[in-house]
Design a protein around this ligand. Structure first.
Ligand code: DLL
Length: 433
């Protein structure tokens, strides 16, 4: 099933020809309308007309999040304010938010790509979509909402928070699709249990989860606890919002990135050079149809790999692998590079361990230390202390064996680690940078 069969299954040659034509148009537009790009092009001695093939793209300069911050709030907009119909912003951990603007056409394209994403995930007209992504400056809520309406499904604009009410609505309204962060879906499952609601017996069939990193083992956990098929969706506000890429329900093997609107590249974050297909690197995206804020070679900082192999679902658009972290959230602990998701994968494979954890990184006497706090099953706490100790020891050993770092594992009682309604906070780094 497709939302737009012709374009989703377009032969690659035609897709690439379309990309080149759109890329050339985009370069002209930013050269004329965005002083930042005009100056960058002039500085590098580049004219928009120099790009004759898709391969020429890699000679153009990158755009960084810092460039967006420097042009706060509207400096990178390529359309006049009277054509901007929506503004979103990403919170950002430090400093000012990153602001993005959408023209009417940008919103229409976003709604189409979200609708395509829903269909790829196995959602159709007639579904009742319980949308628990936050509504507001965050792109999750409204992005999924417009896509759901465009598809013709019934959308419940829940937003985040008020967890008890979410359970009630999900049950009484017969929701068939859940959209929220993966961590919140598990929190909902837990809350349902407390409310005496058997979440596995509701009408829910599909969950579309993203906005934060999660692992394959977490997918298994969610699928079992909620009795649904869990699909990974990727996006970022700078590029559009949710729906830049999504897994198809047929293969669930990589996320199709909608290449008629975005050109993906995977680069070595150190050298900026492209890496071969299939190898891990940083995802760089060029938007080729956006009017509000088109971005050239935007460095997402997200780590993934790309594959152009045909997919069993028939879509011809390339697939990016599940994100393995960010090139900037990567922790370096006593010289060893670790992604929180790697630790999560190890934890999730341990019997009795719950999917709530916190990594606390510290530095004492110039030596880094890592403490992994993780919740364990209630029953383990009523057990003998030595069982808990041996479980903690087993996890420490596995982390040491698989990742090469020594850590202290602290098993904590259920519900002691703070729950989040949006993106979960998994790392506290107390080291002075
Ligand atoms: O999180 C957009 C979104 C909303 C995506 C709902 C999916 C669902 P931002 O707040 O700008 O936008 O954050 C973007 O979140 O660069 C990734 O680091 C991370 N991220 C998003 N989706 C995934 C995912 C939204 N599926 C940042 N897996 C991105 C891992 C993800 N990380």
């Amino acid at each position: 099933m497709y939302f737009n069969e012709e374009i989703e299954t377009l032969p690659r040659l035609a897709l690439e020809a379309l990309q080149l034509k759109r890329l050339q148009g985009m370069l002209e537009r930013v050269f004329v309308n965005v002083p930042f790009y005009r100056e960058t092009f002039l500085k590098h001695g580049i004219k928009p007309g120099d790009v004759k093939s898709l391969d020429d793209l890699h000679r153009l300069p990158f755009t960084l999040k810092q460039d967006m911050r420097d042009s706060y709030p509207y400096g990178l907009f390529a359309a006049p304010m009277e054509d901007i119909v929506r503004i979103h912003a990403s919170s950002g951990t430090t400093g000012k938010p990153t602001v993005v603007g959408y023209t009417r056409q940008d919103i229409n394209i976003w709604s189409e790509l979200m609708a395509r994403s829903f269909v790829a995930a196995g959602v159709h007209k007639g579904d009742v979509i319980h949308n628990a992504y936050g509504y507001g400056l965050f792109t999750g809520g409204l992005g999924a909402h417009y896509g759901a309406e465009n598809l013709g499904a019934s959308v419940i604009p829940m937003s985040g928070g008020n967890t008890k009410r979410q359970i009630l609505i999900m049950k009484d309204f017969g929701s068939t699709v859940l959209t929220c962060t993966p961590s919140y879906s598990l929190y909902l499952a837990e809350a349902a249990l407390e409310e005496g609601v058997d979440i596995t017996s509701l009408n829910l069939r599909v969950g579309i989860f993203g906005a934060e990193p999660w692992s394959e083992s977490m997918r298994q956990e969610i699928q079992e606890k909620l009795n649904i098929s869990a699909i990974d969706i990727y996006g970022l506000s700078e590029i559009m919002g949710p729906g830049v890429a999504i897994e198809c329900q047929e293969a669930k093997c990589g996320l199709h990135i909608w290449e008629d609107h975005f050109i993906p590249e995977i680069i070595d974050p150190e050298t900026g050079e492209r890496v071969p297909d299939g190898e891990l690197g940083e995802l760089v995206i060029t938007t080729i149809t956006k009017e509000g804020i088109p971005l050239l070679r935007y460095r997402t900082r997200d780590i993934t790999s790309i594959s152009y192999e045909p997919c069993s679902c028939g879509r011809t658009h390339a697939r990016i692998a599940r994100m393995s972290g960010r090139s900037d959230d990567m922790l370096i602990i006593r010289g060893v590079n670790v992604f929180p998701s790697q630790i999560e994968s190890i934890l999730m494979q341990v019997e009795g361990v719950e999917p709530y954890y916190l990594l606390i990184v510290d530095r004492k006497d110039n030596l880094d230390s890592l403490e992994v706090q993780v919740e364990v099953d209630e029953r383990l706490f009523s057990d003998e202390v030595k069982h808990l100790q041996s479980l903690a020891f087993t996890i420490e050993k596995q982390i040491k064996d698989l990742l090469g770092i020594t850590c202290k594992v602290r098993l904590v009682e259920p519900k002691t680690i703070m729950r989040s309604e949006g993106k979960a906070k998994r790392v506290i780094d107390n080291r002075v940078r």
